[in-house]
Design a protein around this ligand. Structure first.
Ligand code: SF4
Length: 282
């Protein structure tokens, strides 16, 4: 049998499926729609997003260094460098005061890590990856590829197993129905041989570690497949076939309003994102 074409596959991830679950039209606007003038997708930058990106870049950047020297780094210096990339309008900040507030929160999170780096000095493993995020065929028959980047994967030598960690920079706790852990478990199982024995969220604002019960691997696959197939079906129907219709009709809601504003000529273009999308503040 001929191998499926990876370029024609539908790629799904935690964020794209999260968009779809909020609303198919939101999924369309963020993941498919291209501005006819620039030929690029669009995204909206917000202060919360920029704070998350800067803190994640610092912490995930530690994985580049061997465990015995990793904690020698000056994380506050690293944070300053990352903040430069999101400062001002390109980070979605509308005033100096707003930016200062968010930056202060970021510095506090980094200090929290410096004061107690917990497992960050322990051995880790990385999932294989080339240009794209780690990925695998969720279903060859349906030509569906699941991809995702796990923030941190600690190696637990006593049990020769893995501990998945997700850094949280927002104030809200992850929704219990989130597909994040099922997706991470599927990625780990597909792309390496060790068993995942533990999963935690590290809420950096409050320095709280919340250990999560691991999902059953068959249930994880079933739950992720269910959404991935819906995404695929919506894409097959397309806009004209009603695949991305608003489920709320006239009522509308907060999720797509900023995107619709841009479609109507509003918002301000503040540059290009990491994936070559046009970035806007609204
Ligand atoms: S207003 Fe409708 S189309 Fe827009 S995000 Fe909400 S539900 Fe979706």
């Amino acid at each position: 049998m001929a191998l499926p074409d990876k370029y024609k596959a539908v790629w799904v991830s935690h964020s794209s499926m999260g968009d779809f679950l909020k609303c198919p039209r939101l999924y369309y606007l963020r993941n498919i729609y291209k501005d006819p003038k620039t030929g690029r997708k669009m995204n909206i930058v917000t202060p919360a997003l920029s704070l998350g990106v800067a803190v994640h870049e610092v912490l995930e950047g530690l994985a580049k260094f061997p465990s015995d020297v990793r904690l020698n780094r000056n994380l506050l210096d690293d944070f300053e460098k990352e903040w430069e990339k999101v400062t001002g309008e390109k980070g979605g900040f509308k005033s100096k005061e707003e930016e200062e507030d968010y930056k202060k929160r970021g510095i506090e999170m980094i200090k929290t890590v410096i004061n107690n780096p917990r497992f960050l000095g322990n051995k880790i493993i990385k999932l294989p990856q080339e240009k794209m995020n780690p990925n695998f065929y969720l279903s060859e028959d349906d030509n569906l590829i699941l991809n995702g980047l796990i923030d941190w994967i600690e190696y637990l030598p006593k049990t020769d197993s893995l501990h998945i960690i997700d850094f949280k920079t927002g104030k809200n706790e992850e929704n219990e129905k989130s597909l994040q852990l099922p997706i991470y478990l599927l990625l780990c199982n597909a792309l390496q041989k060790r068993k995942v024995s533990k999963a935690s969220y590290w809420y950096l604002d409050s320095d709280k570690i919340v250990e999560k019960e691991l999902p059953d691997k068959d249930e994880a696959r079933r739950d992720v497949m269910e959404v991935a197939i819906k995404v695929k079906e919506a894409r097959e129907k397309g806009v004209t076939g009603g695949g991305f219709n608003c489920p709320r009709g006239e009522e509308g809601c907060i999720f797509c309003r900023p995107f619709e504003t841009i479609l109507n000529g509003g918002g301000k273009n503040v540059g290009l994102g990491a994936f070559n999308q046009d970035l806007y503040i609204v």
